[in-house]
Write a protein that binds this ligand. Structure first.
Ligand SMILES: [Zn+2]
Ligand SMILES: [Zn+2]
Length: 339
């Protein structure tokens, strides 16, 4: 099938450089790939980390954007279950090998060859983006498409640990009420959990309750955190800054788990005895599998869970990155394609 080999895209040529609109030759469409016309694309903190090469994995020139909502405009001859015109989402990953142990057991996001959408692959701040058919996730009809983008990366990242480890009867703590954390509070509350939100920002206390938190505690107040000792079944860490980890781990009930999805670059000190005696765990996870994304979207649409968003036209992409970096965005930014 012949497809346009040129797209318009916001390209960054080197670390920390502003993005410029370019026409990019993308070559022929892969046999198992789909091409998606981008309608909206969320701006995630990971886009900023890759822009600044904070993780040392960035490849330039880069086209960022990995929370795509759009519709399929072309399909390769070996694609399955996708049709032209179908509305789909693409998140942090755009492909995986489809034959390894992880892919064959449904954990495609753990594939050794999993392809991040914005590292060594062209992302969604563009007129069109491509992905393997299995990673172009069909969007439920009821979903609010304009605001759904952040669910595809941030949403599944916080939903996956709830689906893996939480029961509706559990007490769940969400550390950090930002782009990830506010969605985590909404998911955990809809799931039926008793939710404690930890935030360093007093200005977010009331908002966190509005998202469904039963309790809000300052993450800077070690004495308030110590009072929660032994009460929380699952703590989900969404921040990328160091905290009083000792006090946080001690809020865990027996068999409790601290699960990290925020990329804290400083090592987290863990005393063996604080895990051993209460049989506690510390774990982490990256995004989620295609089925986890589909399940999350189904849950979000059933419970009317929508991220809080600020919209910018994609042509204001550099302003949008500055807004994200200022930390003032409430709570996720979505860019609307205007090519
Ligand atoms: Zn992301
Ligand atoms: Zn694989």
């Amino acid at each position: 099938m012949s497809t346009p080999t040129q797209t318009r895209a916001w390209v960054t040529r080197a670390a920390r450089q502003a993005m410029a609109l370019e026409t990019v030759d993308v070559g022929p469409l892969g046999a198992e790939d789909v091409e998606v016309a981008v309608e909206h694309c969320g701006l995630c903190h990971s886009d900023l980390s890759v822009l600044k090469n904070e993780w040392g994995i960035s490849q330039y020139p880069a086209i960022l954007g990995h929370e795509v909502v759009g519709h399929i405009t072309a399909v390769g001859p070996n694609t399955k279950g996708v049709t032209i015109g179908q509305r789909v989402g693409i998140g942090w990953y755009a492909g995986s090998c489809m034959h390894c142990h992880q892919c064959m057991s449904g954990s495609h996001h753990l594939c050794p060859q999993v392809q991040p959408t914005i590292v060594g692959h062209r992302g969604g701040f563009a007129s069109h983006v491509r992905a393997h058919w299995a990673w172009a996730i069909p969007l439920p009809e009821k979903l609010n498409f304009a605001d759904a983008g952040p669910l595809l990366c941030g949403g599944v990242t916080v939903f996956a640990p709830l689906a893996m480890y939480a029961r509706p009867t559990d007490r769940v703590g969400i550390i950090g009420i930002g782009g990830l954390g506010h969605m985590a509070v909404k998911f955990a509350a809809a799931y039926g959990c008793e939710v404690t939100a930890f935030t360093s920002s007093e200005s977010k206390f009331e908002e966190a309750k509005g998202f469904g938190a039963d309790h809000v505690v300052s993450s800077k107040d070690s004495s308030a955190i110590k009072k929660l000792a032994g009460t929380i079944d699952l703590l989900i860490g969404t921040v990328n800054v160091p905290l009083d980890w000792d006090a946080m781990i001690n809020t865990l009930a027996p068999n409790g788990r601290l699960h990290l999805v925020g990329a804290v670059l400083e090592p987290i000190p863990v005393a063996a005895f604080s895990l051993i005696l209460q049989q506690r765990s510390v774990s982490g996870s990256p995004s989620g599998s295609p089925v986890a994304i589909e399940t999350m979207l189904d849950f979000a649409s059933r419970h009317d869970i929508v991220p809080e968003t600020e919209h910018f036209p994609m042509s204001k992409i550099n302003e949008a990155f500055a807004r994200l970096e200022s930390g003032k965005a409430r709570y996720r930014i979505v860019l609307d394609a205007d090519f």
